[in-house]
Design a binder for this molecule. Structure first.
Ligand code: NAD
Length: 502
């Protein structure tokens, strides 16, 4: 098949294989010359599509289409522009089952997680629909008869480079806000999960988005580099590994573009002896195992504070919850064979360094899906700060438990991490929660919340090696990134007099 994803009433058997994908440029599917790479269903290992690696001429075509669409799109009022997004949100709701199934297929998520992604897409779109109420400018009479006015105008043609772990949510961190604010847009999906982006393009078109406002350019690293270099693109966002975030931030800003680049993570959950045991254990386990641990907000290290007697009960409960998770039913596969090998290596190395594997997810096999890339929930106790598993991003359903005598010891482990996406504390004491919130060096703090994602209208973003650039990628703080302010000073009143301004 060499077309887009068929729109309506597809079943699991009809959707595979998807053949060779095409770019979506100027409202139409266009062929890409050059090489392709296979896209695997991680639950089975089967090849479900081939994704093209776009070159700079393919990107040129998309930039030209976005430039052509810009004047008319920018000229609409914001209230008019968001009408498309109201309709798009309704279409997402209408197609929820089919869209979720697509994520199950291209990413391997279990159905509940795939649905949660599209529900989040709806929330992100709803926020963009509210932008006309909040992204207003301002005006003031600064001296008699003289008025200063600021108003928001779009940056122009903008682009987002996105990771594999949320095929629809992460692209929607930027798509709705950027286009509601009058920009035209190029999405480079992850080459590992390129299918949901095509349905997004189709549904936006069905919702009435004019051709060229939203474009999809498939590819990998070289395509992303071409985006950083293209003089027709004014702003770039990146979400992915820290290595990629650094590369894109450096390259895009050296080409004098705006850039906001979110990187990897190593999230610490601090558990204090007064934590509510059952809630803590279930939250910690859900945080480390949800989406197979492939979340930039996933719990990676549990810092168990206090003597062993205080913590043994909670650790036992975490083990109980982790053992109850059925691989293949509750935990989907990780994204690739390479990811599985990498994750299992971290576990092997921790074991060899003296850590104790309390729940072992290595060599997981799911009946009927023997070709899938499964790693079961894994809990490792006795981890020390110098172990690799305590320092590096594992990005799998693995919890490293590191015991510390005091809260300050726990915070010093968290503070030494170069990452700074999320940290959480589990306690029933307000002063301890406040102490952690003040002293952790992460951008997003959870208090009795294992996955502390700020929801709209609050902005998402970490510190340190988890994010480069200013502002946030979602919420109100993203308005600044997607707009330029025009500052106009006006004097209509001839009697206004003369001062230093005129
Ligand atoms: P990745 O960095 O390998 O790829 C991300 C995107 O960048 C892809 O589209 C890829 O084609 C492109 N890319 C890869 N290397 C590049 C380079 N050197 N220059 C330019 N582009 C490049 O990341 P991934 O494996 O797809 O995603 C997982 C990572 O993303 C994890 O580290 C995770 O923590 C991170 N992530 C972070 C956040 C956040 O909000 N901080 C959110 C989601 C995922």
């Amino acid at each position: 098949m060499t077309t887009s994803i068929p729109v309506e009433s597809r079943t699991a058997t009809e959707v595979a294989p998807y053949g060779t994908l095409r770019n979506f440029v100027g409202g139409a599917l266009v062929d890409v010359a050059g090489s392709t790479i296979p896209v695997h269903n991680p639950a089975t290992g089967a090849v479900i599509a081939h994704v093209p690696m776009s070159g700079s001429s393919d990107l040129d075509a998309a930039v030209s289409a976005a430039q052509a669409a810009l004047p008319a799109w920018r000229a609409l009022t914001m209230k008019d522009r968001v009408q498309v997004l109201y309709r798009y949100r309704t279409l997402v709701e209408k197609h929820m089952d089919e869209l979720s199934q697509l994520i199950v297929e291209e990413h391997g998520k279990v159905m509940a997680e795939a649905r949660a992604e599209w529900l989040k897409v709806m929330e992100l779109t709803e926020f963009a629909c509210s932008l006309p109420q909040i992204a207003t400018g301002s005006v003031m009479e600064v001296s008699r008869g003289v008025e200063c006015r600021t108003e928001r105008t779009p940056v122009g043609v903008v682009a987002s480079i996105v990771p594999f772990n949320f095929p629809s949510m992460v692209p929607h961190w930027t798509i709705p806000n950027a286009i509601a604010l009058g920009n035209t847009f190029i999405l480079k999906p992850s080459e590992m999960v390129p299918l949901s982006a095509m349905r997004t393009a189709e549904l936006l078109a069905e919702a009435g988005l004019p051709a060229g406002v939203f474009n999809v350019v498939h590819g990998g690293r070289e395509t992303a580099e071409a985006i950083c270099d293209h003089p027709g693109i004014g702003a770039v966002t990146f979400v992915g590994s820290t290595r990629g975030a650094q590369a894109v931030y450096r390259r895009a800003t050296s080409n004098l573009k705006r850039a906001l680049c979110l990187g990897g993570a190593k999230n610490h959950l601090i558990v204090l002896p007064d934590a509510e045991p059952e809630m803590t254990a279930s939250n910690v386990t859900a945080s480390m195992s949800g989406c197979s641990g492939q979340r930039c907000m996933a719990a990676s290290v549990m810092l168990a504070v206090g003597g062993d007697s205080a913590m043994d009960g909670i650790v036992k409960d975490v083990v109980k919850h982790a053992k109850a998770l059925v691989t293949g039913r509750d935990i989907g596969p990780v994204i690739s064979e390479a990811a599985r090998t990498r994750i299992e290596k971290y576990i092997d190395e921790a074991e060899a360094a003296g850590a104790r594997i309390l729940v072992d997810g290595r060599n997981a096999v799911v009946e009927g899906k023997e070709g899938g890339y499964y790693v079961g929930a894994t809990v490792i106790d006795g981890v020390t700060p110098e172990m690799k598993i305590a320092q590096e991003e594992v990005f799998g359903p693995v919890l490293a438990i590191l015991r510390t005598a005091t809260l300050d010891d726990a915070l010093s482990v968290e503070n030494r991490s170069p990452y700074g996406n999320a940290a959480a504390v589990f306690t029933e004491k307000g002063s301890s929660a406040r102490y952690v919130a003040e002293h952790a060096t992460s951008g997003m703090i959870g208090v009795n919340v294992g996955v502390p994602v700020p929801r709209e209208p609050f902005g998402f973003g970490g510190w340190g090696d988890s994010a480069y650039g200013t502002g946030e990628i979602t919420g109100e703080a993203s308005i600044e990134f997607w707009t330029r302010t025009r500052k106009t000073t006006t004097k209509w009143n001839r009697d206004a007099g003369t001062n230093w301004m005129s």
